[in-house]
Design a protein around this ligand. Structure first.
Ligand SMILES: Cc1cc2nc3c(=O)[nH]c(=O)nc-3n(C[C@H](O)[C@H](O)[C@H](O)COP(=O)(O)OP(=O)(O)OC[C@H]3O[C@@H](n4cnc5c(N)ncnc54)[C@H](O)[C@@H]3O)c2cc1C
Length: 417
């Protein structure tokens, strides 16, 4: 079923009775060429690109819960390509370009909105870093504009510019950054993969990974054993646990990140704004809710819910930056489990087991990476060599120390990235 304006008009006039499910609900087959473990954004995108770009359609995505139930449906939806370091810079640039053609490639409205991202800075040192980052972005072919205080004031006049402790010095503006509707991204990729023959199997938890003579041969699941020539692990916050099924210990810690949404308001925040001193970020959803978040909860956990001190911290940061936010009522908050790597950058690599591949370490920035990660992971699985945009995301950098990409300069403490 393809979406088109004509189709929407027809359905609107005939009681919306002609829509069909977006993807099938198949039983697992005994064997596949490729099994992707994890039906989050990254797993579904991987399956989509395996089929769409590499002609691999005998593929299953195994998801222990339901599509969209993980971080892909829990994030604050920010999409950007404003990284500084070689490795990250070209990858996120590649991902943003895929975002820009995504609705057309999927024939699905993911509500990608390039409303611009403004990263505020509040000191001379932060301004220097913003200028350096802007130059890296421009060198990479992306867009960056350094705004002074008046430039920021013209765009977002409601900030507390004169805050004694954190006065706004200016901002790094990234016009092509923005947001997308997170669960629509999962649904769009699931539908696109399914249309090309991929089996999307929900309520199917992988409980074991079968390895014979150093080669993966399949997986054990709550719906039985399934054989596979190749297996990709893409399970975000559960990466450590699932890799352990193959006897691997990953350099990943799982931490909780919370997000918040207010009641629906009339349009008042046009861009995505981030607060350089308080790690607070905010945008307004198309329904009108203010969507915002802050730091990790600061301790390792698999609980997809957060603690109250962090709630207070995030609210304080919001009130410091834009006191007007205090009039809005918070409707909901929730948490997701982040796969934090020691340098804050991801891993897309083969493992020491033939046919077993790994995609993880997205920390709290993996939503914007969904198209790029799926695209590059599919390339690695299909061709057994890294995609040119993801050559530096090697697992062994944490063993050798060569090629670490510590974007934040915070060292090897997982919860600080
Ligand atoms: C509150 C919050 C805010 C965020 N904000 C942003 C943001 O603004 N911008 C941004 O770029 N990123 C953001 N992120 C990060 C981003 O959401 C994640 O990095 C990304 O979604 C992770 O990849 P995923 O979508 O594949 O994960 P998930 O959706 O979590 O997918 C992993 C899937 O694996 C499944 N799974 C786990 N174990 C098994 C098993 N044994 N068998 C089968 N399936 C299994 C899980 O059920 C899950 O569905 C945020 C995250 C959170 C929680």
């Amino acid at each position: 079923m393809r979406f088109s304006a004509l189709r929407i008009l027809k359905e609107g006039l005939t009681g919306n009775k002609g829509w069909t499910p977006h993807w099938r609900d198949p039983a697992p087959k005994p064997a596949y060429d490729v099994i992707v473990i994890g039906g989050g954004g990254h797993g579904l995108a991987t399956a989509f690109y395996l089929a769409a770009e590499h002609g691999l359609t005998n593929v299953a995505v195994l998801e222990k819960g339901y599509i969209g139930g993980g971080n892909v449906g829990r994030n604050t939806t920010i999409v950007r390509a404003n990284y500084n370091m070689p490795g990250n810079s070209e990858f996120y640039s590649h991902s943003l370009k895929l975002w820009e053609g995504l609705e057309e490639s999927l024939n699905y409205n993911v509500m990608h909105s390039q409303r611009g991202v403004i990263n505020l800075f509040h000191s001379d040192g932060q301004r220097d870093y913003a200028a350096r980052r802007a130059n890296s972005m421009i060198n990479q072919g992306d867009d960056a504009i350094l705004l002074d205080r008046e430039g920021v004031r013209r765009m977002v006049p409601y900030l507390d510019f004169e805050n004694v402790r954190f006065p706004v010095y200016g901002g790094l503006y990234h016009p092509r950054g923005g947001t997308a509707r997170h669960d629509a991204v999962a649904w769009g990729y699931a539908r696109g993969a399914d249309m090309r023959g991929v089996d999307i199997i929900q309520n199917c938890e992988v409980t074991g990974i079968d390895v014979e003579n150093g080669r993966v041969t399949g997986v054990q699941t709550t719906r039985g054993a399934i054989k596979a020539k190749k297996v990709g692990i893409v399970v975000a916050g559960r990466s450590g646990q699932v890799a352990a099924l193959a006897g691997m210990r990953l350099p990943i810690e799982s931490h909780v990140l919370q997000a918040f949404v207010t009641e629906g308001l009339k349009p008042c925040i046009d861009q995505v704004i981030t607060f350089g001193m308080g790690h607070f970020y905010i945008s307004q959803s198309d329904k009108g809710g203010l969507v915002f978040g802050g730091d990790l909860d600061m301790y390792a956990s698999y609980a997809a819910r957060g603690n109250l001190p962090l709630v207070e911290h995030v609210m304080e940061a919001g009130m410091t930056l834009m006191p007007m936010i205090g009039k809005a009522r918070v409707l909901r908050s929730w948490g997701g489990i982040m796969d934090m790597s020691p340098d804050g950058s991801p891993i897309i690599d083969k493992t020491h087991i033939d046919g077993l591949y790994l995609d993880c370490g997205w920390c709290y920035g993996g939503f914007k990476a969904v198209p790029g990660s799926g695209n590059c992971f599919a390339h690695l699985i299909a061709q057994d060599r890294p995609h040119p945009a993801a050559t530096r995301f090697r697992l062994d950098r944490f063993r050798t120390g060569v090629g670490l990409m510590d974007e934040e300069g915070t060292g090897s403490q997982h919860n600080l990235h």
